[in-house]
Design a protein around this ligand. Structure first.
Ligand code: S3P
Length: 192
């Protein structure tokens, strides 16, 4: 399992889809699975039940998704690292890639977004800065690799992730040279 973590709008879903295609493995999006289970949008659920109830649903879903040795790319929600147990679970059960993005860049991408409950505030940029200050250390603590998203295209970001996974022995060397050939994944990392 390769898990992508990072702030909302850091490209987890876009990069995750392309990465899965490149590696010839399944793509899983934990937010979409949570919505299917809840039977409503995350925004509605937040409004009705609050953040704590959402984090509980997120924790259960991520726990189940990482219960078996699955060959897949998993895109997680931006707050998946809030609970220590979920951080530990992701780190032990998957190769965790942090897509690092700065709040000002994220704001430019998400300023018209209405789907993300935590950003529906008077001051979304300040909210992104606050979330980043709280979460950047948690993303780094959870991740095996950090990828700078800044300017590169999605294709370049996918190459960067594949390169890191190759160096770690998580995918077979040659994935970069043969984009059409799905390289088998190696086992999940073992943590000290
Ligand atoms: C959240 C991010 C969202 C979603 C929920 C909470 C967060 O996912 O899980 O709205 O706490 O940052 P994205 O990172 O895909 O936007």
């Amino acid at each position: 399992m390769i898990a992508l973590i990072g702030m909302p709008g850091s490209g987890k879903t876009t990069v995750g889809r392309q990465l899965a295609r490149r590696l010839g493995i399944a793509f899983l999006d934990s937010d979409r699975l949570i919505e299917e289970r809840l039977g409503c949008s995350i925004r509605e659920f937040f409004e009705r039940e609050g953040e704590t109830a959402f984090r509980a649903a997120e924790e259960v879903t991520l726990y189940e998704l990482t219960a078996h040795a699955t060959c897949a790319v998993l895109s997680t929600g931006g707050g998946a690292i809030v609970r220590p147990s979920t951080r530990l679970r992701l780190r032990q059960r998957s190769h965790v890639v942090y897509l690092h993005a700065l709040p000002d860049d994220i704001y430019r991408r998400l300023r018209h977004d209405t789907t993300r409950p935590l950003l529906q505030t008077e001051e979304p940029l300040q909210q992104l800065r606050n979330l980043y200050a709280q979460r950047d250390p948690l993303y780094r603590e959870t991740a095996h690799f950090v990828i700078e998203t800044g300017r590169p295209s999605v294709a370049t970001l996918v190459n960067m992730v594949v390169m890191q996974l190759e160096l770690a022995g998580a995918v077979n060397a040659g994935a970069l040279e043969k984009p059409g050939q799905p390289p088998p994944l190696a086992g999940a990392p073992t943590d000290p």
